[in-house]
Write a protein that binds this ligand. Structure first.
Ligand code: NAP
Ligand code: ZN
Ligand code: ZN
Length: 354
């Protein structure tokens, strides 16, 4: 099946239109027209090969809202016309221990990611949601509550679940103090979700001009991380810190702000921590540094249903796909309020560039 998308062809090229083939639908597949696709900082990392493992051309996009246009003969849970979501994964082995427990993202055979992944059946490289159509097994399709605005719901598929997972795992709720580092796409979802779960919420930011927004988004307190006296004022407070910063940074200034048994969970940066961490900073106070990676299908559905009940969507700047390169440049400057979402109606055949 021919479709259109936007692809990076190298780490230095701008994204541009591409025409490519989607696989012919299998019996358990759903075909969908993509309506909206969120722009995650991971899209930028992969388009620009920050991790060194990008296969070009790459069509990014893993925060997808679409309308079902076709269902395979074995599909039971969805029908033509349904509004559905696709997140960061499109397949996994389904039988290993993590898959059986609903942690498909930790599949021991490796989950198949929505783009820059490898299809388990024919080994083609997966291509993501900056495109007109997608073909995805119903096992990895999410139901989108009717109450949610579809553009605002798109970022829930990655930014939402990635922050929901540590909030649930470390039991954010009434009586718990949660802090979030960085007010971008993930950070603003973390504020909204932590607040709705009933926690006391604090934002750590480098950007003084974000304070007002942070309070509107759910923060009870805002701490400027570049101000030593503000940092000292929150010593020993937090049960959980969700750190969304995408690039290398020193985690040491945050450790004294953890309470007894507190945990700092890294979800943003994945490279080496080049600033040494003193074991004593963890030992005295039984503190931990942990990581968390997206979330499984059942947890994603649970998060979406929670958002449906609480009226939670992302704060979005809807863009045409032609603005994607400018959006990446703005993302690097932390200049987005608070997630770009591509309206795929803007993607029209421009045959000169294919
Ligand atoms: P984003 O919208 O660009 O937000 C990142 C925020 O981090 C910025 O708004 C900024 O907030 C803060 N920041 C601190 N130092 C920064 C720096 N040197 N450059 C840019 N921002 C800096 O990014 P995002 O989409 O939320 O993604 C955050 C990270 O999570 C990315 O690395 C992404 O790849 C990763 N991610 C991980 C998972 C997972 O499963 N673990 C899933 C999705 C995304 P302030 O201005 O408030 O300081
Ligand atoms: Zn993402
Ligand atoms: Zn598995």
């Amino acid at each position: 099946m021919k479709t259109l998308g936007y692809a990076a062809r190298s780490a230095t090229d701008s994204l541009a239109q591409i025409r490519f083939d989607r696989r012919e639908p299998r019996p358990d597949d759903i075909v969908l027209d993509v309506l909206y696709c969120g722009v995650c900082h991971t899209d930028l990392h992969i388009a620009r090969n920050h991790g060194g493992y990008t296969r070009y051309p790459v069509v990014p996009g893993h925060e997808v809202i679409g309308k079902v246009t076709q269902v395979g003969s074995g599909v039971t849970r969805f029908k033509v016309g349904d509004t559905v979501g696709v997140g960061c994964m499109v397949d996994s082995c389904q039988h290993c221990n993590p898959c059986q427990q609903g942690f498909e993202q930790h599949c021991v055979e490796g989950a198949t990611f929505t783009y820059n992944g490898t299809d388990r059946y024919d080994q083609h490289t997966t291509l993501g949601g900056y495109s007109k159509q997608m073909v995805v097994s119903e096992k990895f399709i999410l139901r989108i509550p009717d109450a949610l605005d579809p553009a605002g719901a798109a970022p829930l598929l990655c930014a939402g679940i990635t922050t929901w997972e540590p909030l649930k795992q470390w039991q954010a709720g009434p009586g718990k103090h949660v802090a979030v580092v960085g007010l971008g796409g993930l950070g603003h979802m973390a504020l909204k979700l932590a607040k709705a779960l009933g926690a006391q919420v604090t934002l750590f930011t480098r950007s003084p001009d974000k304070e007002e927004d942070a309070r509107r988004l759910g923060a009870d307190h805002v701490v400027l991380s570049t101000d030593e006296s503000q940092m000292a004022s929150v010593t020993g407070i937090f049960d959980l810190i969700v750190d969304t910063v995408p690039y290398e940074h020193d985690v040491n200034p945050y450790l004294p702000t953890l309470a007894l048994n507190g945990t700092l969970v890294l979800v943003g940066y994945m490279g080496p921590l080049n600033e040494p961490v003193s074991a004593g900073a963890l030992v005295f106070g039984r503190k931990a540094i942990a990581g968390s990676f997206i979330g499984g299908v059942a947890a994603t559905q649970q998060m979406l249903d929670f958002c449906g009940e609480h009226g939670i969507v992302s704060d979005v700047e809807v863009i045409g796909i032609q603005q994607i390169n400018e959006a990446y440049d703005r993302l690097l400057k932390s200049d987005v309020k608070y997630r770009f979402v591509i309206d795929l109606a803007s993607l029209q055949d421009d045959s000169e560039s294919v």
